[in-house]
Design a protein around this ligand. Structure first.
Ligand code: COD
Ligand code: ATP
Length: 396
């Protein structure tokens, strides 16, 4: 089951995107609809609301007077937090019931207005933020009958666009007409959501492109690392002793393949195997891996690792699980910090990559050819740099 979260500020277009995704075959769970259901007449949720806010939030028929309650809670963060404490747990319980009842190969889209505010993003394989300019949102809400000052109060009670972008993998801009929005949703569905769901169903990660492409440094790389690290941390907790962004994408302004390299340090590799199912459920699939032994450490055993990939075709990533205190675990951090610190190291490595990229068309051949530079050049020079600078693995 591919679990997708859909968020966005009020009036940004979440419901419109959700409707289009439903048309394309997604199963939509709408938090707003559930937040009405759990406080419907004769529910214990409504009783809890009345007990906290008094009968004045009921209308003549004994149903919740939503406008009256909105006036109270959008004027007081404390009152809003108390209402959320009543509604949110019930909404999440209902959402879990609904998704648990869905087929394993379903693409489930949860429309969650408060995704950023509630820290739920790492529990989803893909987080989508629908964005529209504030003024346009106010106009749309006015057309929907929400007075401007009420809409402003709600917008100001929510996370900012920047905070939503921080936790989301995709931003869907909804500043055009409906046709443009629907086109963007269809493109995302065909090019990312469906292949992502297929990879999950088959239990496979998205392979790096065989055709070698070195691209310029992308500011999104740090975001992509953070999103993946949060998902791994949610699965493994303290068993992931540290999670580091390593490799070329972790070096500012440095060319790299568009593949995020992550090192997860564990106390012992069999621990990773114990998390195999939970990692798979989160979209990470892998196998036993082996780094190339270096002269000072000839034993292949010291270079064993677990090599995982992520199933998202829009966020290709290699996860290297290594045991703490092994030469490979140390070298991944040392190599990154040497590149970050030493301009000559960056120039030499960029030159080698450029020469090899001109020579080899396939990523595999390129990677294998790079190995000799690692053993003869990078390994001795990085270790010399470590001694000269008294380098130690930075605190994570
Ligand atoms: C205050 C209530 C009764 C007002 O009802 P009303 O019908 O006017 O709004 P509705 O529920 O349809 O929400 C419309 C939009 O308001 C915004 N909104 C709703 N609740 C909140 C909140 N707690 N914080 C920030 N924005 C909110 C969202 O963008 C939502 O999509 C209602 O919003 C509510 O119960 N909110 C608390 C529960 C909640 O947090 N719901 C959000 C989804 S879980
Ligand atoms: N691109 C667009 N062009 C014109 N109207 C739009 C567009 N996108 C959304 N709308 C309209 O704007 C209003 C708000 O959109 P929508 O309900 O999808 O926002 P929302 O993010 O779900 O809001 P809420 O947070 O209140 O649920 C709706 O009436 C919708 O039909």
């Amino acid at each position: 089951m591919l679990r997708v979260a859909l968020t966005g500020g009020i009036g940004a277009g979440k419901s419109t995107v959700a409707a289009k995704l439903s048309e394309l075959g997604a199963r939509v769970v709408d938090a707003d609809a559930l937040s009405r259901e759990v406080v419907a007449p004769n529910t214990e949720g409504l009783a809890a609301v009345v007990s906290r806010f008094g009968p004045e939030v009921l209308d003549a028929d004994g149903a919740l007077d939503r406008a009256a309650l909105a006036t109270i809670v959008f004027d007081s963060p404390h009152a809003r937090a108390e209402l959320e404490a009543i509604v949110h747990p019930r909404v999440r319980a209902r959402a879990r019931e609904l998704t648990d009842a869905m087929p394993d190969d379903a693409i489930v889209v949860q429309d969650i207005p408060l995704l950023a505010e509630t820290g739920q993003a790492p529990g989803f394989h893909l987080n989508i933020d629908v964005e529209a300019p504030r003024e346009l949102r106010l106009e749309r809400l006015a057309e929907r009958g929400l007075p401007r000052e009420d809409a402003i109060r709600r917008i100001d009670a929510q996370a900012s666009d920047a905070e939503r972008r921080e936790v989301c993998d995709v931003v869907l801009h909804n500043d055009g007409d409906l046709h443009e929005l629907e086109h963007r949703v269809k493109l995302l569905w065909d090019e990312r959501i469906v292949p992502f769901a297929e990879n999950l169903r088959l239990g496979r990660y998205e392979p790096r492109p065989d055709k070698l492409q070195l691209v310029h440094s992308d500011p999104e790389w740090a975001h992509r690392f953070e999103h993946l690290a949060a998902r791994i941390r949610r699965v493994m907790g303290p068993s992931a002793v540290r999670i580091d962004h390593v490799g070329s994408t972790a070096v500012p302004d440095f060319p790299a393949k568009d593949v995020i390299d992550i090192q997860v340090t564990v106390v012992a590799l069999p621990l990773v195997d114990a998390f195999e199912d939970a990692l798979g459920d989160a979209g990470f699939f892998g196998k036993v891996g082996q780094d190339t032994p270096k002269p000072e450490f000839p034993s292949a055993e010291e270079w064993e690792k677990r090599f995982y990939g992520y199933a998202d075709p829009g966020n290709i990533a290699h996860i290297h699980f290594r045991s703490i205190e092994t030469p490979g675990q140390r070298f991944a951090l040392l190599f990154r910090d040497w590149l970050r610190d030493d301009p000559q190291a960056r120039a030499d490595y960029a030159h080698v990559k450029g020469v090899l990229a001109a020579k080899f068309d396939s990523t595999r051949d390129y990677t294998e050819a790079k190995e000799s530079w690692f053993s003869t050049e990078a390994w001795p020079r990085a270790n010399r740099w470590a001694e000269e600078t008294h380098w130690h693995a930075p605190v994570c």
